[in-house]
Design a protein around this ligand. Sequence first.
Ligand SMILES: C[S@@+](CC[C@H](N)C(=O)[O-])C[C@H]1O[C@@H](n2cnc3c(N)ncnc32)[C@H](O)[C@@H]1O
Length: 203
Amino acid sequence: MKKNKISKNWIRRQKKDIYVRQSKIEGYRSRAVYKLIEIDEKFKIFNNTKSIIDLGAAPGSWSQYIVKKNKKSEVLAIDLLNFEKIDKVNHLVGDFTKTENQEKIKSFFNKKVDVVISDMAVNTTGNKNLDSIVTGELCIDAMEFAYQNLDRKGKFVSKIFMGSSFNEIVADAKKKFKEVNIFKPLSSRKDSKESFIICKFLR
Ligand SMILES: C[S@@+](CC[C@H](N)C(=O)[O-])C[C@H]1O[C@@H](n2cnc3c(N)ncnc32)[C@H](O)[C@@H]1O
């Protein structure tokens, strides 16, 4: 399919999408927020949490939700892209996979944190297998970082694609965390290979 045909289809789909309309009404920057809300309702991620790292945060709807839910939480949001500031959210622009940026995140908190969430995904190439491999690598990096930096009772949530690295990621998660669940929110598009891995309590 030609590129401008894909973008016309995308615009048509956005206009029809109830989550897009709802996000505009509620003042969220992206429909992605409803995935996090569903995850939070089912797995109670943000009850009594104070320190949260949001990886791949732009345009910022997940961070908006966190500070709305818990006004006292300390949030650090990182993305490759610069995005409009959110009140009470600390921003970092850069590549999360770079050691220097991971060091900046660690020194910002200077202690173990309560929650690490990652919605990181690369720009889709149209090749679903390639997209799932690259996004799988981001999930692996995020999980290792979470494992090193979470409190023992900490929680890790990440986008994961159903693809060649899926089983390996789940097996690794089970070695690192006591509770591991895979969940596809209703608000995640049915034709997308996206799901979420929800991990709790370090081993
Ligand atoms: C689906 S969007 C996130 C949406 C966000 N959760 C929200 O609620 O607004 C995925 C983001 O991951 C970011 N991303 C991809 N690779 C990254 C990396 N290596 N480091 C930081 N951010 C990255 C992209 O720039 C993109 O903004």
